[in-house]
Write a protein that binds this ligand. Structure first.
Ligand code: FAD
Length: 281
């Protein structure tokens, strides 16, 4: 973990693009509150197959008004080189310099894979077309990506993204600090030096968390799952227990050298702010 410790600590908050006026107002309110914590940047997700192209850009431009820089996510699966070039040119024309570059997942029922197969091809394309204009983040998976042939194959895929020109990485969320430390050690053994920032999912509702985790392959350790299940509809207890578990893990990650934290806020400020306060950041 030594070299991760040498990176400056970077804290960031992720949002999804709202699709109603009410949602946009809520996001503006959330961003205003979270901007007070002075994160390095906000980021905004991108819908599968480009379904939120306009909304992601609009949310990024709105968020920039709240203070910190904002980074749009962009995914390439199912897209042509010309459409990705157009989106990136649009981002550049709007003064955006920071991206989260992903393969993404094809919406179910979509047959065409497009001109990109994996995120390393997108990173290489961004570098070919736009040089060093963008600071590029990529995704990393301490518990390994669910579609990876093997743990080593996934590490190799991560290495290809870094070698293609990624500047930094944000991980899928996890609830087990050891998998993060192990992943970082493996990356360092392969000579990778980019910061690998842990993605943090605050715990608010168990059913939602279980659904997300099943979809993205993030493991909820049995003891945490059993406790959360046991609380039933008692939201207050779920939040209190979740705050303890997630804050303790964040403390361990930072003490162990993690170069910051990236919070999956789900457009809510309270859970993230509570963890932030608990950590004394
Ligand atoms: P890749 O790095 O391309 O990896 C995908 C899979 O392919 C892995 O299993 C990898 O091992 C394998 N692989 C890579 N190269 C090869 C190869 N040459 N041969 C065989 N296998 C290979 N999704 C969205 O739709 N929108 C978002 O905004 C979004 N934001 C995210 C933000 C973060 C921080 C994270 C962690 C995930 C995000 N995702 C988002 C989810 C992401 O799109 C999915 O996890 C997707 O399945 C993989 O994207 P990737 O960029 O990690 O893909």
């Amino acid at each position: 973990m030594q070299s991760q410790k040498t990176h400056r600590k970077c804290f960031s908050f992720e949002f999804f693009p709202p699709n109603t006026t009410e949602g946009a107002e809520k996001l503006a309110q959330t961003a205003k509150q979270l901007a007070l914590l002075k994160p390095e940047f906000f980021s905004v997700t991108y819908g599968a197959g480009g379904s939120t192209r306009e909304r992601t850009l609009n949310a990024v431009l709105d968020l920039c008004k709240a203070g910190p820089a904002a980074a749009p996510h962009i995914s390439c699966i199912g897209s042509s080189r010309s459409s990705i070039r157009e989106i990136l040119a649009d981002y550049k024309a709007n003064g955006i310099r920071h991206l989260v570059a992903l393969r993404g997942d094809l919406p179910s029922g979509t047959a065409t894979a497009g001109e990109f197969h994996y995120a390393n091809e997108l990173v290489a394309f961004i570098r070919e077309e736009f040089g060093s204009h963008f600071f590029i983040e990529v995704a990393a998976y301490p518990e390994y990506h669910p579609q990876a042939r093997s743990a080593q194959a996934d590490l190799d895929a991560f290495k290809r993204k870094v070698e293609a020109g990624a500047d930094s990485a944000i991980t899928q969320y996890f609830f087990n600090a050891d998998c993060y430390f192990n992943f970082v050690d493996e990356c360092e053994a392969m000579g990778l030096k980019v910061p690998i920032v842990p993605g943090i999912m605050p715990i608010g509702r168990f059913s939602q968390l279980a659904r997300f985790s099943d979809a993205c392959g993030a493991e909820i350790p049995r003891w945490i799952r059993r406790k959360l299940e046991g609380y039933g509809d008692d939201t207050e207890s779920i939040r209190a227990f979740g705050l303890d578990v997630v804050s303790d893990m964040c403390e361990r990650l930072l003490a162990g050298g993690a170069p910051g934290l990236h919070f999956y806020t789900l457009n809510q400020s309270s859970l993230t702010t509570d963890i932030w306060k608990r950590l004394g950041l």
